[in-house]
Design a protein. Structure first.
Length: 291
């Protein structure tokens, strides 16, 4: 049994235009001592997925899941007091800019009292407190290269020494390639591809994953412009009816991509695409001939 199990997670927000799905059918699993990287552009649903796990989705948001379990606990069935005992002690989250924001897992009064008690220079000591699960949201945002390396080294050391399960939520593919054992690529609230990190970086199977990797500065020759993905991640109000990535996809086929693909087993993982890259040439040619 995995330490963290998420099956068919959805986060919905009612509106006058109908129900908006910020997260739609996400399934993830993380073993003890494992590192999962969740990547995607801003607005892909990465943070909302983890906020749902932490019980931090505010009203009127609705969290639904076939399974949402951590260390044997059914998180959807826990009372508020039971969840509070778990959150912070065994299940923790480091937010994108923890030095300038309050932690919604604790009351404002508690955090102000702790600040007066600890004064300055206590972040390192606090970081040593053990958590079974650590959710790290964009851990290297706005940091210089040296500090980034130190943060990643600290996370790696803590994860190894304490056997923590670690989830990295980021849009930095370089961090994921260095830290994660498995990767889930999210787009518009859905998982597009999920595979072992080594295999995913060697041979991405979803066009979105391929496009993200092409835009990595590390892959630039220093002479030509960085690759970009045309368009933007669709908002909650303007999700396409067919393939969510279809309007931005360079290999989308009219007619076929008008149908939304399911996440299906592929190679050593799973992919949500009518034409996975390893079979792109054959399938796109056949589809074009059938139109």
């Amino acid at each position: 049994m995995a330490l963290l199990e998420i099956e068919n997670l959805s986060v919905e927000f009612p509106s006058h235009n109908g129900t908006m799905h910020a997260v739609d059918g996400v399934s993830l699993a993380v073993d003890a001592g494992d590192v999962l990287g969740i990547v995607g552009e801003s607005g892909s649903g990465k943070s909302v997925t983890m906020m749902a796990l932490m019980g931090l989705v505010a009203f009127p948001g609705v969290v639904r899941a076939d399974k949402l379990r951590f260390d044997g606990h059914d998180l959807l069935a826990l009372s508020s007091s039971e969840r509070r005992k778990l959150t912070g002690k065994d299940l923790s989250m480091i937010f994108q800019d923890p030095t300038t924001s309050l932690n919604p897992c604790f009351t404002v009064g508690f955090q102000l009292a702790e600040t007066l008690k600890l004064h300055l220079g206590m972040d390192k000591k606090a970081a040593r407190r053990r958590s079974i699960e650590l959710l790290e949201q964009v851990p290297t945002t706005a940091l210089d290269v040296t500090i980034q390396a130190q943060i990643l080294d600290l996370l790696r050391s803590l994860q190894k020494d304490r056997g923590m399960a670690l989830v990295l939520i980021t849009h930095n593919m370089g961090v994921v390639s260095e830290m994660a054992r498995n990767v889930a690529v999210m787009y518009a609230g859905q998982v597009m591809e999920q595979r072992a990190a080594q295999d995913l970086f060697l041979s991405p199977q979803h066009p979105y994953t391929e496009a993200l990797m092409a835009a990595m500065p590390e892959r630039s020759d220093g002479q030509s412009r960085l690759a970009t993905i045309p368009g933007m991640v669709p908002g909650l109000y303007d999700r396409p009816h067919g393939c969510l990535f279809g309007p931005r996809c360079s290999v989308a086929v009219e007619g076929t991509c008008g149908k939304r693909p399911a996440l299906r087993p592929w190679l050593d993982g799973a992919v949500r695409c009518h034409f996975p890259i390893s079979e792109r040439t054959t399938h796109t040619a056949d589809a074009a001939q059938s139109l």
